[in-house]
Design a protein. Structure first.
Length: 222
């Protein structure tokens, strides 16, 4: 006596207690089907979600936990996310410049050097220079200077994407699609290890903090 079971859209006969032999081949087929189904959830060469620190130094570096066995992995897809933070400091900032207003009027009778009164001047604290343009227009010029300011602010670069890799007799090939730009270049070496090369971010010493998170699904060749 047996029971019909369905695994991955295929039908199998599960031997029940009291079933007369032979039923070993049927049982082996069911076990193999279960293994294949479980491998789609967590395969032998898959990588569970992993976190690694991204260093703020130039040059390619291996991510040891981001590795694929060249003898068993045919291809992989690896979603990832990067967060890079840096603290910047403004110690001094001075602004200066000139603003000019051109006034059109009817026979204003103003000459260079004449004075003019500007009403509602609660936010105006400056010296104004009047310049005659012609009989019906003149300009008002004012210089200004900004105050020194100081402070710190944080910058965060966030990037998410997917790394895809194929392996053949010619070696590894890596492709990438992403959203955002954390200024990090990825590659894969001949041994199947992902490498990264970050752009060095400038900022306050000791303020840099970066985190890479990723997981991967692999299609195996055996």
């Amino acid at each position: 006596m047996s029971k019909i079971v369905y695994i991955n859209n295929k039908t199998y006969n599960l031997p029940l207690q009291g079933e007369n032999a032979p039923w070993g081949e049927e049982q082996a087929d069911i076990i193999n089907a279960i293994i294949d189904a479980l491998n789609t959830l967590q395969g032998p060469d898959d990588i569970i979600e992993t976190s690694e620190t991204i260093l703020n130094t130039s040059g390619a570096k291996e991510i040891i936990t981001f590795h694929f066995n060249s003898s068993t992995v045919r291809s992989f897809e690896a979603p990832y996310n990067i967060s890079r933070r840096i603290t910047k400091e403004i110690t001094s900032y001075t602004g200066n410049g000139v603003t000019t207003i051109v006034v059109l009027s009817y026979n204003h009778n103003l000459n260079n050097g004449d004075t003019v009164t500007i009403t509602d001047t609660s936010n105006i604290d400056s010296t104004f220079v009047i310049t005659r343009i012609n009989a019906t227009s003149f300009s008002i010029l004012s210089t200004f200077n900004g105050s020194d300011v100081g402070g710190k602010f944080d910058i965060e670069l966030v990037e998410s994407g997917v790394l895809s890799g194929n392996y053949s007799l010619q070696g590894w090939v890596l492709a990438q699609r992403r959203l955002g730009d954390a200024k990090v270049e990825f590659d894969i070496n001949s041994s199947g290890t992902i490498t990264y090369n970050p752009e060095v971010l400038s900022g306050e010493v000791g303020s840099h903090a970066s985190l890479l998170k990723f997981f991967a699904k692999s299609i195996i060749s055996v």
